[in-house]
Design a protein around this ligand. Sequence first.
Ligand code: COA
Length: 417
Amino acid sequence: MTDKALSGVRILDMTHVQSGPTCTQLLAWFGADVIKVERPGVGDATRGQLRDIPDVDSLYFTMLNHNKRSITLNTKSEAGKAIFTKLIESCDVMVENFAPGALDRMGFGWERIQEINPRMIMASIKGFGPGPYQDCKVYENVAQCAGGSASTTGFADGPPLVTGAQIGDSGTGLHLALGIVTALYQREQTGRGQKVLAAMQDGVLNLCRVKLRDQQRLAHGPLKEYPQYGEGKAFGEATPRAGNASGGGQPGWILKCKGWETDPDAYIYFITQAPVWKKICDVIGKPEWKEDTEYATPDARLNKLGAVFNTIEAWTKTKTKFEVMDICNPLDIPVGPILSMKEIAEEPSLRETGTIVEVDHPERGKYLTVGNPIKLSDSPAEVTRSPLLGEHTEEILSQVLGLSSQDIEQARADGAV
Ligand code: COA
């Protein structure tokens, strides 16, 4: 009887930094046994990055490596390679996001892995797929730029912008997790493992799909829902930056709310959804717009969206963002408060659903993290703290690989673990 969706699945986690660890953390929350392999004495580089407390694993590390076990292993030493080979034999999936070629240099390319364990699924994140940039090292913002996000983010008259959402790292980790469970499902039929690749450029582009949509729409005329259309500015050859315009068919914008002069997050996203336009007119004190042919239809409003939102803002500025929510939601007017991280951290409903979780760590004490955003009714995720470097080395060597205490002593003496 399994108690979690992925109970019985063992993951050989060779990931580091953010993209790969996000993926294996999700698999761990779904119940997989995730064994994180780290270099002896060094570990995942993020353990020491952006530290808030001296000599304690950083929040960067702890928030990406919950529910995992850590083994230290020098996979480049001969004794380490022997142990690594046993780990490959004992696991279902290897996940890695090393720079291109690192596994081959270690002596564990795809052919070798298949020889050791034909059922092994080998899942990789790389910056780019095959092509001119396949050998490049890539971090989050490089992927955002190369995947079409930066060129389409920001205001039309400003430079490209990266976004705070980690769509290159965490976004690609999510894509890879889906690839892994799909490959596990196929293995049920074929008995064979396979390679799974998620390139960060591809993952970002997938999330920017609507911008490639707009690129092709441009050939048939201006993008009328983009602010520059209303401002009478010509379109160029590529999808421009659209400021805070909505990516869909219902115009929206970020508007100031009461207190905006001092509170950087006193704003609301306001969508002028066509079916509720008349209610919007009443709420903002413009009932005459309901029948005015210049304002009554979505098409008529397109060339004056800036003025429309300025008028709505004159109303939202008299209310807090939460008052706007309270007034608009019962009327089905779609609005969204700009919530600060402080407000999110303190939001009781997110604590109740396990989306924000307080975790206790032996060295740093209590801290907040984001729990599993994907909720399975039969496989609820329980967030447990990230492992200390090598915390489970002995346990894994003896319980998973069946090494005797003598063998373990020898591995230590050889500098393998
Ligand atoms: N034992 C021995 N050696 C180990 C080891 C272990 N347990 N774990 C890692 N190493 C070695 C690797 O084999 C590699 O050695 P090599 O360069 O001699 O072959 C080395 O450590 C470092 O790996 P690398 O991946 O090159 O790390 P980096 O810090 O230089 O680069 C990235 C970091 C993220 C730029 C790079 O890994 C990358 O481009 N990854 C793919 C894209 C990605 O995921 N980016 C997002 C990260 S959030």
